[in-house]
Design a protein around this ligand. Structure first.
Ligand SMILES: [Zn+2]
Length: 93
């Protein structure tokens, strides 16, 4: 119910319409290939050139060691997904 009220309120205040982009609270979570929940968190440790990929839902955890100063979380996620399916392919055949 409060959501509807909020929308009405925002609609009324046209002059104060500001498109805000939350810079601090970017949800850094990604879909988990194991459990299907969007609960993958990526922690970058650029000093150690590693990144930890961890699912907050099923506990799947992978250490990615291909981290450069230019690596971003989304890159790590891509690597993680590649590895995940690579491993799966190797173990199921
Ligand atoms: Zn999971």
């Amino acid at each position: 119910m409060w959501k509807i009220d909020k929308v009405k309120e925002l609609g009324r205040r046209r002059r104060q319409k500001v498109i805000r982009r939350p810079q601090k609270k970017i949800p850094d979570v990604y879909p988990c290939p194991e459990c299907g929940n969007t609960a993958i968190k990526i922690e970058l440790y650029k000093d150690n050139k590693v990144a930890l990929v961890k699912c907050g839902s099923c506990g799947l955890e992978t250490l990615i060691d291909e981290v450069t100063p230019l690596t971003e979380a989304v890159d790590v996620y891509g690597t993680f997904i590649d590895r995940y399916y690579e491993e799966r392919r190797l173990t199921t055949t």
